[in-house]
Ligand binder design. Structure first.
Ligand SMILES: Nc1ncnc2c1ncn2[C@@H]1O[C@H](COP(=O)(O)OP(=O)(O)OP(=O)(O)O)[C@@H](O)[C@H]1O
Length: 610
């Protein structure tokens, strides 16, 4: 083995600087802790203050006991003082144990509360961010690192508090030591510095490695997930993917292990060497104290006090220094969490914006709208102009990738147009409150979420404020034909769906769609968008769903996306998209008369070719 060279001066000072600057994250972290629970934080600090005086007191009592025994052996007399000291030592030990328990309790309760609060804040913040931010891998890595921080940073709390407690103990012990022998302090400090610098260097390297490996670690998590989860098991089995997945996992994880091992071995080697310096220093000081005692300059009690103090201080100093490294390392990680919280959405909520008119009078107007996804060169929507009138049912038709879903996302302001604008009743969409806009639009996406919760909850997500309104939920299920599905479930609306949780029941693709469709009826939206919600329904069910849909949402606006022309023809007007541009626009009859692409595809499908 060729151990890595000790840290170069440059990199150490640089990493030290980085470390110190990372400590700036501690005040906001403590504000977070304080705001989470003030009494637990105060209690924790108070108990630790009391605890910090105990080592000195114990050593002093020990010295008194030894000196008193020697005095009694020499001269005899009353043993009262001796037993008083022994009682005091017992009392202190009991008190110290109680304090330890209390500190541990405060630490764990506060740690849990801080982890819960950060998780809640994380979800709140993520909900404010733009959709495109989630699709960016750099952002995703940040989110991933931040997510890890929510649970693992709780250790930091007890580390910082223990650090303060130990520093105070150390100062008190130091004061005692100085009174007898200031040289010992100097030896002590010199002995631990090399080991501190070593720790700092290796922590820095571990952090850099972990950080630079975030994308790979994310991939490892992903591989672990697809390799062993209920959702993927079916496909993994039939395609026999386990070998491919495990090999890919092994290749990545072995590489990470080897990199990590390199650091771990160097750390063990240098850590041992540098710590040995401290041991030699301790024995040097011990010999010095022994000489002084033999020459009669110190009492035996003082000798035990000094060597005890020295040993405690040596342990504490080493602890403080290595803890400093890991505190600074945690503070560096904390930076990821705060960085994530500092990301701001570009689509702002505009809380002061206008309320959406009720009823909408002129409808939505796309004016020369073009859109490119971030980091994409291709126009997903190009120069699109059309109006969606009040009460109108509009169908979007086009081949895969034509831009239908993108158009809907622009309508819901999940993205902003790259060029052009979208107006609602003559005003740009951003003049309105985003929350109110979203409240007035109900969208069922083709990749809707299958929440592994109860049927009732799966429907209620359409308007979560009404999750307890059983009548509304049952009514929505009736409208979307989900009630037929519910009737077959053992626990009815309270049936947990999916296989993740106990007694969960899986549904077929079409059954899931019926449940998801019910969400559209939960919300009293002025515009309902169905993005291929019936692709998995059988022909009879699909026909019924749309018959109901058109009568049930009379008076509202609707956008339907479908590849089935039997569905599309029910719309008032049809917008045919090709490569993001408007190719044909009109009613079913008008488009047939036009005899263009729509008519061609319609006839092909009618003849059973599509
Ligand atoms: N999040 C995204 N980031 C980058 N490009 C995207 C993203 N989503 C879609 N695209 C691209 O934008 C184009 C339009 O996609 P869109 O999903 O709007 O098509 P669509 O008409 O709804 O297709 P389908 O019928 O298959 O659902 C496609 O070329 C697609 O590759």
């Amino acid at each position: 083995m060729r151990p890595n060279l000790p840290p170069k001066k440059d990199s150490t000072t640089q990493s030290l600087r980085k470390r110190f600057s990372a400590l700036q994250n501690l005040p906001p972290f403590f504000r977070l802790v304080w705001n989470t629970n003030k009494s637990l934080t105060l209690g924790n600090i108070l108990f630790r203050l009391l605890k910090s005086g105990i080592p000195l007191a114990m050593l002093y009592i020990g010295k008194e006991i030894i000196d008193e025994i020697i005095r009694l052996l020499d001269a005899g007399g009353s043993q009262r003082y001796l037993w008083m000291m022994v009682a005091a030592e017992l009392g202190l030990t009991v008190f110290s144990d109680i304090l330890n328990r209390l500190i541990g309790l405060c630490d764990s309760l506060l740690g849990d509360l801080v982890a819960n609060k950060t998780s809640v804040d994380l979800v709140h913040h993520a909900a404010r961010l733009d959709l495109y931010q989630f699709e960016n891998p750099v952002f995703y890595d940040k989110l991933e690192r931040a997510r890890r921080q929510t649970t693992s940073r709780t250790v930091l709390l007890s580390q910082v508090l223990s650090q303060m407690q130990d520093i105070l103990s150390l100062l008190l012990l130091g004061a005692g030591l100085i009174a007898f022998s200031p040289w010992l302090i100097l030896i002590l400090v010199v002995a631990v510095i090399p080991s501190f610098l070593g720790e700092t260097h290796f922590n820095e390297r571990s952090y850099s490695l972990t950080r630079s490996w975030t994308p790979e670690r994310r991939e490892l998590d992903y591989l672990r997930y697809i390799g062993a989860s209920a959702e993927t098991a079916k496909e993994i089995k039939v395609f026999g993917l386990e070998k491919y997945l495990t090999e890919r996992f092994k290749m990545l994880s072995d590489k990470y292990y080897l990199e990590n091992r390199k650091i771990a071995i160097s750390r063990a080697f240098w850590g041992y060497l540098l710590a040995a310096l401290g041991t030699f220093a301790y024995y040097g000081a011990y010999v010095f104290v022994l000489f002084q005692t033999i020459s009669g300059l110190l009492t035996v009690g003082t000798m035990t006090f000094l060597s005890g103090s020295f040993q405690r201080m040596h342990g504490m100093l080493q602890g403080i220094m290595s803890r400093f490294s890991s505190i600074a390392e945690s503070a560096l990680y904390l930076q990821d969490l705060f960085d994530f919280f500092a990301i701001e959405p570009t689509i702002t909520a505009n809380a002061a914006g206008l309320k959406i008119p009720d009823p909408i009078e002129k409808g939505f107007r796309f004016e020369n709208v073009s859109f490119k996804y971030p980091d994409s060169e291709r126009w997903a929507i190009r120069n699109l102009s059309f109006t969606l009138n009040p009460n109108e049912k509009l169908a979007l038709v086009g081949e895969n990738g034509a831009g239908k879903t993108t158009l809907v996302k622009l309508l819901a302001r999940l993205y902003l147009p790259t060029e052009g604008q979208i107006l609602l009743d003559g005003l740009p969409l951003d003049a309105y409150s985003l929350a109110d806009l979203r409240a007035n639009i109900g969208i069922i996406f083709q990749d809707f979420i299958r929440y592994e919760m109860t049927v009732a909850e799966n429907i209620a997500v359409g308007d979560i404020d009404h999750r307890l309104d059983e009548e509304l939920i049952a009514d929505s299920a009736q409208k979307s034909l989900a009630s037929d599905v519910v009737a077959q479930l053992p626990a009815g609306f309270q049936q947990v769906l999916g296989k993740r949780f106990k007694d969960g029941q899986e549904l077929s693709g079409g059954q899931w769609q019926k449940v998801a469709l019910a969400r559209a009826y939960m919300r009293n939206a002025q515009l309902v968008v169905l993005d291929e919600p019936t692709s998995a329904l059988d022909a009879r069910a699909e026909h019924e769903v749309f018959q109901r849909f058109s009568t049930l949402i009379k008076g509202k606006m609707a956008v339907l996306i479908s590849h089935r022309f039997s569905t599309v023809r029910m719309a008032d007007r049809i917008l045919f998209l090709e490569n993001g541009t408007l190719l044909e626009f009109g009613s079913h009859e008008e488009l047939l008369l036009l005899n263009g692409k729509y008519a061609e595809l319609f006839h092909l499908q009618a003849q059973g070719y599509l």
